[in-house]
Write a protein that binds this ligand. Sequence first.
Ligand SMILES: Nc1ncnc2c1ncn2[C@@H]1O[C@H](COP(=O)(O)OP(=O)(O)O)[C@@H](O)[C@H]1O
Ligand SMILES: [Mg+2]
Length: 261
Amino acid sequence: MPLELVGTRPAPNTDSPLSIRGLTVSYGEKPAVFSVDVNFHPSQMTAIVGPNGAGKSTLLKAALGIIRPLSGQVTSLGRPLQERRAQIAYVPQRASVDWDFPARVLDVVMMGLARELGLLGRVRASHRARAMACLDRVGMQGFAHRQIGQLSGGQQQRVFLARALAQEADLYLLDEPFAGVDAATEKAIIAVLHGLRAEGKTVIAVHHDLATVAEYFDRVFLINTTAIAEGPVAEVFTPDHLQAAYGGRLALAQMGGAAAG
Ligand SMILES: Nc1ncnc2c1ncn2[C@@H]1O[C@H](COP(=O)(O)OP(=O)(O)O)[C@@H](O)[C@H]1O
Ligand SMILES: [Mg+2]
């Protein structure tokens, strides 16, 4: 059982599709995420922004139960997150995936249906058709029978997004979906994400390019091990808050984007 390090905390927000209370995660002695409280807003696109090593990926993985936190409570619409796991799609950071794994594009997309099919569920033509429709949405319908390892980085990222779409989730968590992709893929991905928002879905994405935060997102959550601020882009994406998140690395982050991690 995760223990509470900090005393009284506000009750979980039951409207929030992802409500995090007192989350602390440590790989060694120094916490990678410390005592984070944040309520992500429904039907909005929120960017998670912070320097390299700020704990952004760790926050998502711990929220999803992929890694075990030291302490903290994570709820979705007032329920323990694991109860709503089927409605939550996750696109991991591309660099963290083993692309030599022998799998066809269509099979990867079908993995998005795994929870629905269960262990013994039969794959029907309708499931394949749904997976193909998801490939179509990301412009990859012509690649269904390719090996995933043979695709470019941008194409792989599109396939992972298609897998998330196949799940028909209502909350989408993406870890740096634009890292290492070409401009056409970035445009295609953002169009899909904005489409999800238009359907009322919630999208939360780790994002490292400060230059496109205001164009792409409604809200920002700034983090550097501890939570700095969360709110509408116009209120949170300010020089003071960015200075607090990036410190001396801000100039570098603004120049390069990629340097910000
Ligand atoms: N598997 C791991 N084992 C040990 N340390 C890790 C591991 N993953 C991440 N870290 C460390 O935790 C901190 C946060 O990492 P991470 O969540 O990946 O940051 P971000 O995604 O913001 O770049 C970093 O200092 C990183 O080196
Ligand atoms: Mg990361």
